[in-house]
Design a protein around this ligand. Sequence first.
Ligand SMILES: [Zn+2]
Length: 224
Amino acid sequence: MKAVQITPNLVQLTRAHFVNAYLVREDDGLTLVDTTMSGAADDLLEAATHAGGTIRRIALTHGHGDHVGSLDALKEKLGDAVEVSMPELDARIHAGDRVVDGKLPGSWPTIRTRPNVLLAAGDRVGSLAVVASPGHSPGHVAFLDSRDGTLVAGDVFTTYGKAAVTNHFYLRFPFAAMATWDKAKDLESARALRALDPAVLAVGHGPALRSPGPAMDAAIARAG
Ligand SMILES: [Zn+2]
């Protein structure tokens, strides 16, 4: 697992060259945003140790398998000391509720862990403000670090080569669009995230971008 310090508060962890999780530094330890696929728990814990902290919170952008895959194994190792937060709709999907009509794209593996917190817009996870960004999945959220304007945007955008909204096919990372549930909502969310004017854009798939405004504008223009 590759670790890159993006800001003083943010470490990007990349697994298998295609999926990211993030460590967010807080006064009491670390928040892990997303967990990548299954099999990463030991590597994620080692990365946290290397970053000098303990994982206090796990916050998930959405319920797809490449983001929640190592949740159960981490929960097993960290026990009740760790607080797990998941967007409400995606947690309900995992619990077996039928929250939308029709088929849900993307992978929804069975997970045993029940979140302690069901996230809604305006909630906070440590220094992170929860921003509703539905579309890629029904409950998808992004996290804005109010200390430095870093946006952990999950799968609303990818950044391979250039930023792209996940509402349409993009050759460099076609899986993202294939897994997107509602393309119109996803584009609306891309606009909402752009309006936050983030200082850094950190996504589930691809490198982090600094001063990403123009790249987000271009991505939205291509997506419309
Ligand atoms: Zn993903």
